[in-house]
Design a protein around this ligand. Sequence first.
Ligand SMILES: Cc1ncc(C[n+]2csc(CCOP(=O)(O)OP(=O)(O)O)c2C)c(N)n1
Length: 642
Amino acid sequence: MSDRPNTPLLDQIARPADLKGLSDTQLAQVAHELRQETIAAVSVTGGHLGAGLGVVELTTALHAVFDTPRDKVIWDVSHQCYPHKILTGRRDRIRTLRMKDGLSGFTKRSESSYDPFGAAHSSTSISAALGFSVARDLGGVIPEGIGDAIAVIGDGSMSAGMAFEAMNNAGHLGKRLIVILNDNEMSIAPPVGALSSYLSRLYAGEPFQELKAAAKGAVSLLPEPFREGAKRAKDMLKGMAVGGTLFEALGFSYLGPIDGHDMDQLLPVLRTVKARATGPILIHVLTKKGKGYAPAEAALDKGHATAKFDMMTGEQKKAPSNAPSYTSVFGNELVKLAAKDDKICAVTAAMPDGTGLNLMAERYPSRTFDVGIAEQHGVTFAAALAAGGMKPFCAMYSTFLQRGYDQVVHDVAIQRLPVRFAIDRAGLVGADGATHAGSFDIGFMANLPGMVVMAAADEAELAHMVATAAAHDNGPIAFRYPRGEGEGVEMPETPEVLKIGKGRMIQEGKRVALLSFGTRLGEVRKAAEALAAKGITPTIADARFAKPLDRDLILQLATVHEALITIEEGAVGGFGSHVAQLLAEAGVFDSGLKFRSMVLPDTFIDQASPADMYEAAAMNAPQIETKVLEVLGVATIGEKRA
Ligand SMILES: Cc1ncc(C[n+]2csc(CCOP(=O)(O)OP(=O)(O)O)c2C)c(N)n1
């Protein structure tokens, strides 16, 4: 396999319209070539491989049958959209996926009219497709026009509440709407829950595969070719589950299950649905995640997300790490605490490996809960675990915790329940871009009465914070830490329980104080070294807490320095705003303190390496240095001289 596979037919497809003249056999060939091109591209970019490989036939068939971009194909999560990007005019940039200035790894409205709706968080596609259907019927006008709306949603994503809320509404409205359930029996980890078992039963056993059931219901939707007696169609009819499915109870016609890798099933079914559907219809398509690339098929996560890799062997090219990841530090510390305290338990929403809770699940399976892609439920479930006398750690990525925010407010904070929020992937995350950035949690957690909010400056601090959270029983507490590996600091043998609301001094200096919250501390130290060469020795402090603030420390810093600068890996409205509020109320500004707050800019930053993203955010060491020089008036003098 070369990095540029031989793809004679795919080479002729500049846009989906070019698929229209092809025979079914040729379309199958396009799908084959599309798979090779997807593998080749991801081998040089890294990214989501398995999901895309599972849908190359479906992608080809959808674009061949429907008229995109007039018809709206809406990919749920949209991590499976690489083949779609290749077919929709972006093949020339496919080897820039997830890179700075390159293609996004997800669908993005600003990138292409073939991406009618952006995504990256799961389970939004049915709501979005329904919105397009209704906009169409109400006469909404957009440049490409609005035809059919087709949501493609995985079995993992179908387990989330939003998907059901949308189906419930769609079934009620009765508009023509197509939902394709892409069932590969995988989420990132194996899917969990009753829905997953239900879907398996839909095609594995009684009563759904019984032909007699095909007599009613969606039979009216069955394609002419089926009735005309094509043998294959007849076989399909035998496998067709009709009547009595959950989806039909929700008001959808149900068609399937069909083999999503067989173009001879996909094409006629999609053509028929296009020709005849009147109301909402769900097509149940069975696929294999990682299909057609042996290393992905063999991987535990079916190649869900991969680094760059060697195409021959599938071996991933990962940079050697010098320090443990924050995620693994969290996972290990939690397991240690759980060994001593049988009330400690843990909740993840479909991310056992990503949050490090796989370690807890291995040791204490009965105290570890993967609730599926269901952050809202996960938070409320954790709240009641706490109400029931347990010590739940609710481990979620900052970006996904957003989905459970009302539950954080209403079920946890108002009831002052001691849920421990372990907020992973805080700050900018790199290749996944703006949709995955953990920018807002400081703001949305620290504004809640009674919530304790900590950020770890390094991996040893994280260990202390896990211990602190475990010991904190009289209300909710959150600690945030970034993606990636730690600073390489020595780990404490026995982590300390920190005093709530107390920061720590790192270095005593003069004129300017740098007050850091979280892992920008490393950059602050670097900036301080550079400043030392210029004769400026800043004071450095690590706030540790955004809520409650260390008033004494902050007011002391404000009193003995000419300038105070806060820095955090979060959006405006977080730690710096709380400090500003404190200083304002304490009257510190009345006597002329120079105050600056370094926060993420008020934009959504596109994907790049985390370092590049922080460069774009002007939050790396050189920019901290510049900020100090500016506030002290030193830069201005330098500029004037120059
Ligand atoms: C709200 C939310 N929570 C968690 C995730 C992380 N996540 C990305 S893909 C994925 C699994 C999706 O499974 P499925 O829908 O079955 O698609 P597949 O990858 O199997 O094609 C998860 C949990 C997410 N994108 N959005």
